[in-house]
Ligand binder design. Structure first.
Ligand SMILES: [Zn+2]
Length: 405
């Protein structure tokens, strides 16, 4: 029944002389100690979450009741707090009986502090936005073998990806399976139209702009996917001996935040005007054709107004811009400001053979400076993707291995 040890640590208090009472209209209150803020729950929620075997199947953590209609009209007849067992006991007007452990109720406190704690600690660690001047402070490095072998290191690495948005692994072997092995260490690799893994090297008849030696402007991968790849794992097998081939990186959420602060009207345009992102071509030995399109703004927010996804890829932005004529010109002005900010906040660093550069593809803009291959020195990277659903799930199983509900 205890969800997460960490969370419980905050919440467990001494057994106390709690008092329960029905509040009109439609709430139940549990007052643990005089002077303490009471825990307050909607009656409908208590009935919806009744833990009795008739209403709840504990083994699968599944609700068994209310499959057809909600319990909106069922009211509490009587509540009591059982001191000995530390349970809230409820008798309903239809004679049904429920009881709730106080610890279980505390974890589900509707109060703002408890909600914030759950969202930040269990749901998703909050992103720490950073600009160019903070880069060295937020840059985290891990040893590849440590991450493969030790769960604590794997957890720290995944937390860095969630919070800082990127991390670098050092000391990976000269093996084309490194990116795939890391993806499988987390869970499952994301297959795309470019295959399980993709090789970034200068290719004759390149099917993607990244497969040229020219500079690659700041971008996110696959804005043309509704289910855009969550993280990008880029393993450097051979780095260019030429002066180029360096990585460029900008925190796209930070750029969006600066847009919001400095240019709110332009921010609103980039948040609301959908852009057509596309990818038409073929890849792989089978030359399997693809035709991907996803329409989405440059800046995407989640339901709480927080940054959720940045779309930017000049090479994958369609000339078809299917918005009303008058929106297009305003959008270009806003987009220009976004790019200017992104470039002014970009950092540059050059990975070495054995480095694995991993970053949040929903958040970071990345690019590459131009380079030149030479006989005996052909820049060669292997990449793979993993989705955030898989990463957050892995992170929670590492943080809360005994979670039951
Ligand atoms: Zn029940």
């Amino acid at each position: 029944m205890l969800t997460c040890r960490h969370l419980i640590g905050h919440l467990r208090r001494q057994a106390s002389t709690a008092v329960a009472r029905v509040l009109a209209p439609g709430y139940v209150e549990v007052q643990e100690d005089k002077g303490q803020t009471p825990l307050k729950y909607p009656q409908v929620w208590l009935r919806d979450n009744c833990q009795c075997p008739e209403c709840f199947h504990a083994a699968t953590r599944a609700r068994k009741s209310h499959w057809e209609r909600g319990p909106v009209n069922i009211k509490v007849a009587k509540v009591d707090y059982n001191q000995e067992h530390q349970k809230l006991e409820v008798i309903w007007q239809d004679q049904h009986k429920s009881s709730f452990d106080l610890a279980w109720l505390r974890e589900r406190d509707f109060g703002e502090v408890a909600r914030r704690r759950y969202l930040d600690e269990v749901y998703k660690p909050p992103a720490q936005l950073w600009g160019k001047t903070q880069f060295e402070a937020v840059r985290k490095e891990f040893n590849y073998q440590d991450v493969i072998q030790e769960d604590a290191k794997l957890q720290a690495w995944l937390e860095a990806l969630a919070v800082q948005g990127f991390a670098i692994l050092k000391g990976a072997p000269d093996d084309i399976n490194v990116a795939k092995n890391l993806a499988e260490r987390i869970g499952y690799i994301k297959r795309t139209t470019y295959g399980d893994v993709f090789e970034v090297k200068s290719k004759p008849n390149a099917g993607n702009y990244a497969y040229l030696m020219t500079p690659l402007p700041l971008h996110t991968d696959m804005p043309y996917y509704e289910y855009k790849a969550g993280i990008n794992i880029l393993h450097t097998l051979v780095q260019s001996a030429s002066s180029g081939g360096a990585n460029t990186l900008t925190d796209g959420f930070n750029v969006a935040s600066e847009m919001q602060r400095l240019h709110p009207a332009d921010f609103e345009i980039l948040r609301s005007v959908p852009v057509n992102w596309f990818d038409i071509g073929h890849d792989g030995d089978a030359l399997r054709p693809f035709h991907s399109i996803w329409r989405s703004p440059v800046i995407c927010l989640d339901v709480e107004g927080r940054f959720a996804r940045i779309n930017q890829n000049t090479t994958k932005r369609d000339s078809r811009f299917t918005v009303p004529l008058e929106q297009a010109v305003a959008w270009y002005r806003a987009y220009d400001k976004f790019l200017e900010l992104a470039h002014s906040e970009a950092v540059e660093f050059k990975t070495q053979a054995g480095d694995v550069f991993v970053f949040n593809n929903l958040r970071m803009l990345h690019g590459r400076t131009a380079y030149e291959d030479a006989p005996g020195n052909k820049r060669h990277l292997v990449g793979a993707y993993v989705d955030w659903d898989i990463i957050y799930s892995k992170l929670r199983t590492l943080k809360y291995p005994n979670a039951k509900d």
